[in-house]
Design a protein around this ligand. Sequence first.
Ligand SMILES: *[C@@H]1O[C@H](CO)[C@@H](O)[C@H](O)[C@H]1NC(C)=O
Ligand SMILES: *[C@@H]1O[C@H](CO)[C@@H](O)[C@H](O)[C@H]1NC(C)=O
Length: 392
Amino acid sequence: MVSIVCFIAILLPFTVFCTASASTITYNVVNFGAKADGITDSTKSFLSAWSSACASTQPATIYVPPGRYLLGSAQFWGQHCKNSAITMRIAGTLVAPSDYSVIGKNGNWLAFESVDGLSIYGGILDGRGTGLWACKASGKSCPTGATTLAFYNSRNIVVSGLTSLNSQMFHMVVYGCTNAKLQGLKILASASSPNTDGIHLQLSSGVSILNSRIATGDDCVSIGPGNSNLWIENVACGPGHGISIGSLGWDMQEPGVQNVTVKSVTFKGTQNGVRIKTWARASSAYVKGILFQHLVMVNVQNPVIIDQNYCPNSGNCPTQVSGVKISDVTYQNIHGTSATQVAVKFDCSKQYPCSRIKLEDVNLTYKTQPAVASCLNAGGTTSGLVAPTGCL
Ligand SMILES: *[C@@H]1O[C@H](CO)[C@@H](O)[C@H](O)[C@H]1NC(C)=O
Ligand SMILES: *[C@@H]1O[C@H](CO)[C@@H](O)[C@H](O)[C@H]1NC(C)=O
């Protein structure tokens, strides 16, 4: 619906400003009591603005003016919304409480649950995670920490032009969602910060991540169980642990991952480039229909890796055989430098060897020595120039 919205300027008689747009009601959080001073808790004001937008039958915009707004944990529920066109336009910065335990005990800082039709434009989210990271590094007992921005069981989500700084744990989580477009994001945390994954996806379908920069202490993007139809394009990743499918196969009954495209991504100084990782134990899970295309690796420790004996920090990991079936994985046009001699590593399940792996125009180099490829239980084909020469 397009209508004409007119504003009659009081100070300039007879002047009328008109804009053609879908008629939208705007809810400014300041009118609900939010204070842009960075010290007054504005959580309730944001929740009230949300309730009003959600109760409106017209498209609604929640506007956050410039300034700093202190927010504790906030859950925005969509179940009873009359509205499926809510926009949050954030010109300011949302800051977490200085005491990390306030949100750190809650699992999430800002969470949207069962929302249909939400677009978030702009904004800086400052999770102030450094205190919690220091607590964890000291070996003291600390709260687990909060995800900065989470979407659960939601549909038709857009997040555009948002910056997330120093999350306590994951910066963003998309869980049980359909159709989400995340674009123009900046996600930043120090390289040594624990579990500060950029974007974690789980049980979701139709998610795209575009034109973004992700630099954190863990995976830039982690793709957990039950994801399909994902598109990741034009992302700068690093520092961090790369883009990972997994960890998968912890549960005996676990949904698989299929139809994932990762293209035009640059990895700089990361632990991994594109990784598929599964636990070494029985599971019904699978990975299939994956395309890794047009990737640049700059000094990456494991540029191309499938690890079906995943064991982080050589901890107490299962040592059985992975039940996760991996097939139809294509690596196309991947260039650059490996920080270790093994530039391509496929360590697949003895019981379910990786099948239909394709390497095409892959050229990875290691300092002045030749890079090497290592394969265990992996089958497939190579075409075009492939260096190190394939071991499939
Ligand atoms: C794979 O996912 C893309 C979106 O990323 C979608 O456009 C395409 O239709 C999907 N393909 C199949 C076969 O479902
Ligand atoms: C692979 O890339 C390196 C570095 O860019 C280049 O020197 C080498 O010629 C390439 N290999 C082939 C066979 O094209």
